[in-house]
Design a protein around this ligand. Structure first.
Ligand SMILES: C[S@@+](CC[C@H](N)C(=O)[O-])C[C@H]1O[C@@H](n2cnc3c(N)ncnc32)[C@H](O)[C@@H]1O
Length: 408
């Protein structure tokens, strides 16, 4: 009989706090021991932020999965560490931006991934009732067309007369034939509307034969014809409700911007009161390639993103020593430009984790601290917690750190 996960953890010597809770945020597993230093109140707030784990669905947070998302409650608590406009240079799916909006704060998020900017814009979209009605209606029409085409495709497949749609080759490996037709119809019907595209993007993995957003393993789950269109329509209705909640909770006229930009090239100076971010952990994910199916369906241009992505897992596989050196240099660059973007006395708060490549740990805290000090900041406080990494079967530390730009 297959060994159960809990048994495997016990055999590998996992501490009992490592029991997984079945949630999808990376900060969602119970943390072990904590190490804190610096300002007492700030380090306690940092530790508390690392320990949030309940699933949060308020406003648009529940819309669209995004790998390694910050916990919304952690983002909300960390925002309180400094006033003023907020910058998230690695904004991913936009968790920090949504929480900044709820706190009535101006915000800017940047990311190199076109999927991240699509999702972050969709999660922060401020809409009117008329726009939401139009969105629901367009989604229903697209779903109706797609359902009809999906059912016809299933019948044609059974008789061997299904025509192959013209689509990027990679998609044929990952979808059942009638699902491919149904998805293709949805994609065609939603045209270029960015919010409908984000809804479509939210079902790309679920309807595929891929196990999850962060795994390339195949699942053999079958989807009856018509259910893809129904899922799309259901997501659209849920999303419209989430947008309504967001619009009701956010002060009118609030400015939130999302730019596709490399964090090492931040251009604004002396503007933000707080930079709050969770950059890639060294050697843990390949964010851009993970989004291959979404980019193929939506025809998104990845541009220089594969080259610009920092800390990627693939870079650490090639030459570890060189990758560590590059990681330090990249950290120094983004921290320097982010420090410049802060007002004097502004704060940089970072949630990060150590990497582990080939069984060897990669420290993320000292490159970050060295970079911040070199950029004219002092470390106000930090908290480090131990976390059990399910993939690696070992403890991997996670850190929340607060720095302050001098000259308040
Ligand atoms: C840990 S995720 C951020 C998750 C985000 N905090 C959230 O809650 O959704 C890291 C992000 O950094 C982005 N990234 C990697 N290299 C980058 C770079 N050089 N500039 C900007 N973004 C980058 C990745 O595309 C990914 O979206």
């Amino acid at each position: 009989m297959a060994e159960r996960r809990s048994e495997r953890r016990a055999r590998k010597g996992a501490p009992d706090w490592a029991e997984p809770l079945g949630l999808r945020q990376p900060l969602s597993q119970r943390a072990g021991d904590a190490l804190r230093d610096g300002d007492d109140a700030v380090s306690r707030a940092l530790e508390a932020a690392l320990r949030h784990r309940e699933r949060v669905e308020r406003v648009t947070h529940g819309f669209h999965t995004y790998p390694a998302g910050l916990h919304p409650d952690a983002a909300a608590a960390l925002l309180a560490l400094a006033p003023g406009p907020v910058l998230d240079p690695f904004c991913g799916g936009g968790t920090v931006l949504v929480e900044a909006m709820l706190a009535g704060r101006e915000a800017l998020g940047t990311d190199v991934s076109p999927v991240a900017t699509l999702v972050a814009r969709a999660r922060t979209a401020l809409t009117t009732e008329a726009e939401r009605t139009a969105l629901r209606s367009a989604a229903r029409k697209a779903a109706d067309v797609a359902r009809t085409e999906g059912l016809a495709a299933e019948r044609a497949y059974a008789t061997g007369s299904l025509r192959r749609p013209e689509l990027p080759e990679v998609l044929f490996d990952w979808y059942e034939p009638h699902v491919l037709v149904e998805m293709n119809a949805l994609r065609r019907e939603i045209k270029n509307d960015p919010l409908l595209k984000a809804i479509f993007s939210s079902i790309v993995v679920k309807t595929s034969l891929r196990e999850s957003d962060t795994s390339n393993r195949r699942s053999e789950e079958k989807r009856p014809a018509g259910t893809t269109a129904t899922l799309f329509h259901k997501r659209a209705r849920e999303y419209a409700r989430q947008l309504e909640a967001l619009a009701a909770a956010v002060p009118a006229g609030l400015s939130v911007r999302v730019h596709r930009q490399d964090a090492r090239e931040q251009r604004e100076k002396d503007h933000f009161g707080l930079a709050l971010s969770s950059p890639p952990y060294p050697g843990v994910y390949d964010y851009v390639p993970l989004q291959q199916l979404r980019m193929a369906w939506l025809g998104l241009d990845q541009g220089d993103a594969p080259r610009e992505e920092i800390g990627s897992r693939r870079s650490f596989r090639a030459d570890r020593a060189e990758a560590v050196a590059r990681w330090r240099a990249d950290t120094a660059k983004w921290v320097r430009v982010t420090a410049r973007a802060l007002v004097p006395g502004g704060r940089l708060v970072v949630v990060t984790g150590d990497g582990n490549v080939g069984g060897k740990p990669i420290d993320s805290l000292s490159p970050l601290t060295d970079a911040a000090v070199a950029a004219g900041m002092r470390r106000v406080a930090r908290a480090t917690v131990e976390r059990w990494d399910e993939g690696l079967d070992r403890v991997r530390p996670e850190h929340a750190v607060c720095f302050e730009r001098s000259g308040a």
